[in-house]
Design a protein around this ligand. Sequence first.
Ligand code: FNR
Length: 190
Amino acid sequence: SHIKILGIPGSIRKNSYNKLLLKATLNLLPQGVEMEIFEDISQIPPFNQDEENNPPQVVKDLKRKIRESDAILFATPEYNRSIPGVLKNAIDWASRPYMDNSFNGKVAAIMSASIGMLGGALAHYHLKQILSFLNVNVVTGPEVFVSFAQQKFDENGNLVDENSKKFISQLLTNLVDYVKMVKSKQVVSL
Ligand code: FNR
């Protein structure tokens, strides 16, 4: 009953606050939960439907890692009131070809960090919409919005905001409960 989480960052920036948010999550995992961060999102080429039946190795790796995980944890910035193109690009690859959507039936949770006041809330909701279409069970809360992110991490990149840590811990607890619920449901429906 070990639970595996795959963390996917929405930013490929070296000092990305969202990458740091996923790193901070590694220190907050409940017992019996392991988490890996998919660092290679930067290596994914632009999606081309001509290639969807034979995707590049990095995409095959992403799809396999998604399938091997019980849950996906996204941490995304907000770019112009939506998710960054690099994240949408990765999701598009992983959702294709039709009938081979690696996200199908998974559980996911979303966090967002932004230097702005809204904490990436609009990106967060765009991502929810995309995941709903891909038949992902998105954990409803708490909504982890890290606003004014430049004030929430120390010079070594550690998350130092206690409120954010509390919300992340609660989100992880809810994620685990959701995974258990979805798994028990799947046993019945199979
Ligand atoms: C931004 N940023 C931003 N912030 C926000 O709260 N709402 C927004 O709509 C946008 N739009 C936007 C567009 C583009 C193209 C860039 C580059 C940036 C600022 C954003 O929050 C900031 O750059 C974060 O630091 C990005 O997250 P990472 O890379 O630190 O994870």
